[in-house]
Design a protein. Structure first.
Length: 767
């Protein structure tokens, strides 16, 4: 059995300046939750995350490739995190190997906020700043030896200062220099003398924290140091080193931003400087030899939407592309065209907080996900010019004001979502989304009349509901102000005709879906939702500590009326799932019980089976449940590390409280693990059920069930699966790979997963 990571979706950590870096081979590394993701923008049709580097136990704050000459032609990068660890990752034999830099005097409670590294001859210097103890640490490696701590350097013994910016440069005579931006608006320059790093100069001029720093080597051997600050300005300093004497003077002050300037980055090909600011813009500055001034050449950025500007921006190694991430970690790539203009490009992206639920559309063409980042997103495959298929976010149908908690897909173009509120919201796809989906994924829609559906949706000011928009361009389409309506609703939707995945600017406000219904009735925040495969029923449950509030509401999707309130559980219903034949509803709860409701002759559901203290197998909260494709068996998984397979046999005599349900086999136990997700394959594979089991530690195991016997057939480690709790597993509802135009391959399964590590992943499983 072969496993392949087909899709990894996760945004960059929302920390300024150094959470992302680009190598000389144009490979991008960035921090995502507690891991480092390696992303190749040139892969396939639109780029792909190709490696996951797991080693930290807390948020990754800084990622940098080691620059300079590379003796063994290996690729190395450094990462620093809030867990206090610094890791050097070396790429050899198609794999990244980790080496930890330990400082016995550095408590693990301290946070590493910046790292940088440089190759010099046969030695390597790595530097990191620790925000908690006002210090930087300098490490050195000679030849191929291990890194050794060379020096700890404190800023201000009497008046401690925090290092918030850090960059290593090199003079033409091969002397290294370390620039440190401080929270007192100063820049300290460190050079090595007799194997000891000392402050050679302090630069004053900025009026606020100095965050962004970068060096550029002139042809005459001088260094240009660019510095950016929270005072909204950029300064360029000229550094000349002769006979261990450093001369520094201010060459220019650049004023063009209206907010904090988080990063500056020099082009390695041209004498150009890129600056990124919280004012939603990035500027390319170029030196004009005629006037002797630095002039603004190009300005790119975001327009509209709920954004807070850029955290960092940088050139790639050819200076033909700009890579950046915004405040919430969304990626932007611009590439220079033949007319020297910059065009937005397709890139990767994803959620920036815990991904709590996901679901395939009924045909398995695209994937829905919802997150604590208050957004719902749709992921789909994309193929360009016969290149490899890559997955991308193609729509953001919901941008909410509450953390989303659950999703239920009612039909191909309709879903319901729950959030940290008492209301269930139902959304239906607009015409623009359907047309764009068919173009991007090259699908053929089956004779559906969409002429009467809205073009798109827009969120009014101070509103939470997506309002339908029926005209193509509504930027200026506002209601006239009158006495009855002094605050007319505005629409910021502009219909987009797309043949490739949308950029972040489009996703922000032009891919919303209209909200068609609100469902009221629950007394507390919605926690779980489920929709029947035939699309006729929606089940919902909320947080609860009492029997009356733990009731499951059944809604008729034809008229959105509540038709039943099913009582069985005493505490929050954690997860629910309808059987594939839509005849049964299974629920699991914090009360360590599961309940089974079956449809009667009147179309309503009756409680036919449940567990109690005597019949229940689980001793801790039951996190998850799932049905086999033939509706014959279901599984439950709990915090006690047990996975139990149950069988509903209508031939058996009904014995309360289990009714006609019996335990099919002995529990599958996972010592010291918590089972948090389970899913069955869409059909038999070699006459066996296929089941995937997700755990609290982020790993996933796969089993086949033959003659009621579990056989382990695969294990996905934290480098391949997740590094935090797996929240949901869902197999594609049919065999084969989504996005492939050839006939479905009955030997390939696609499994989607989501996790607290902010990521959505899709695995290709080939027998």
């Amino acid at each position: 059995m072969h496993f392949k990571n087909s899709y990894i979706s996760s945004n960059c950590n929302p920390v300024p300046t150094t959470a992302l870096d680009c190598s000389y081979k144009n490979i991008i590394a960035y921090g995502s939750c507690n891991a480092v993701l390696v992303y190749d923008p040139q892969y396939g049709s639109g780029g792909k995350v190709i490696y996951t580097l797991v080693g930290h136990s807390n948020r990754v704050n800084s990622v940098r490739w080691i620059r300079g000459s590379i003796p063994d032609k290996s690729q190395e990068l450094i990462s620093g995190a809030s867990d206090g660890n610094i890791i050097v990752w070396t790429f050899k034999n198609d794999k990244y190997h980790s080496a930890y830099l330990y400082d016995k005097e550095l408590p693990k409670t301290l946070s590493v906020n910046i790292v940088d590294g440089y190759y010099k001859d046969h030695s390597t210097v790595v530097c990191n700043a620790v925000i908690d103890d006002n210090s930087i640490r300098i490490w050195r490696r000679e030849f191929s030896d291990d890194f050794q701590l060379q020096q700890r350097f404190l800023f201000g013994s009497n008046n401690p200062r925090i290092c918030v910016g850090l960059r290593i440069g090199i003079f033409s005579d091969n002397n290294l220099i370390i620039s440190c931006g401080l929270d007192n608006s100063k820049i300290e320059l460190l050079v090595e003398q007799n194997k000891t790093w000392t402050v050679l100069d302090r630069l004053s001029g900025h009026d606020d924290w100095v965050i962004g720093l970068d060096f550029y080597t002139e042809d005459n051997g001088d260094l240009l140091l660019a510095s950016s600050s929270q005072d909204s300005s950029i300064r360029i300093w000229r550094l000349t080193l002769k006979d261990n004497s450093l001369t520094v003077y201010l060459e220019s002050v650049l004023s063009g931003h209206e907010g904090w300037v988080y990063s500056v980055n020099w082009s390695q090909k041209y004498k150009q400087l890129l600056s990124a600011s919280i004012d939603k813009s990035m500027i390319i500055w170029e030196f004009d030899s005629n006037s002797g001034l630095w002039m603004e050449k190009i300005r790119v950025g975001e327009v509209g939407g709920n954004t807070l500007g850029f955290g960092s921006g940088l050139f790639n190694s050819t200076s033909e592309e700009i890579i950046a991430y915004s405040y919430h970690g969304a990626f932007h790539i611009w590439t220079k065209n033949a007319q020297d203009l910059w065009d937005s490009m397709v890139t990767v992206g994803g959620h920036f907080d815990e991904v709590v639920d996901l679901s395939w559309d009924p045909k398995g063409d695209f994937l829905y996900s919802v997150s604590s980042d208050q957004t719902a997103r749709i992921h789909a495959p994309y193929q360009k010019l016969k290149k490899d298929v890559t997955w991308h976010e193609i729509a953001r149908p919901q941008v909410h004001g509450y953390d989303l908690s659950s999703i239920a897909v009612i039909s191909r173009y309709m879903y319901a979502s729950g959030a940290e509120e008492k209301v269930i919201r139902v959304f239906e796809a607009p015409e623009t989304y359907i047309n764009n989906l068919n173009r991007i994924c090259q699908l053929e829609e089956e004779g559906r009349d969409i002429s009467s559906v809205p073009k798109g949706a827009s969120v009014p000011s101070l509103g939470l509901s997506n309002k339908a928009v029926y005209t193509e361009d509504n930027i200026d389409d506002t209601l006239p102000i009158d006495n009855k309506n002094p605050y007319p609703e505005e629409s910021h939707f502009v219909a987009q005709v797309l043949s490739e995945p949308p950029t972040e600017e489009v996703l922000l406000q032009n891919t919303l879906w209209p909200e068609i219904q609100k469902l009221y009735g629950h007394g507390y925040e919605i926690f779980s939702l489920a929709a029947s495969p035939d699309g006729k029923y929606l089940a919902s449950a909320c947080k609860s500590t009492k029997l009356q509030h733990a009731a499951i509401f059944i809604w008729d999707t034809s008229n959105w009326e509540q038709i039943q309130s099913l009582q069985s559980h005493n505490l929050t219903v954690v997860q629910m799932q309808f059987s594939p034949d839509s005849q049964n509803l299974l629920s699991v709860s914090r009360d360590r019980r599961w309940s089974l409701f079956s449809k009667n002759g009147t179309g309503l559901f009756d409680l036919v089976s449940t567990t109690n203290k005597e019949t229940g197998v689980h001793t801790r909260i039951i996190w998850t449940c799932a049905w086999t494709h033939d509706s014959q068996y279901f599984a439950t998984g709990s915090r006690d590390g047990k996975l139990v397979l149950w069988h509903k046999n209508v031939q058996l005599e009904s014995v309360p409280p289990l009714g006609q349900v019996r335990q099919a086999t002995s529990p599958l136990e996972f010592p010291n693990e918590s089972v948090t997700a389970v899913a069955f394959g869409p059909g038999f594979l070699e006459e066996a059920y296929i089941v995937a089991v997700g755990f609290e530690n982020g790993t996933i195991d796969l089993f086949k069930i033959t003659n009621l016997t579990f056989d382990k057939i695969g294990h996905l480690s934290t480098e391949f699966a997740h590094h935090l709790t797996v929240r949901k597993l869902v197999f594609r509802p049919q065999f084969g790979e989504a996005g492939q135009k050839k006939d479905a391959n009955s030997k390939i399964l696609q499994l989607a997963s989501c996790s607290n590590d902010h990521s959505v992943r899709i695995y290709d499983i080939t027998v």
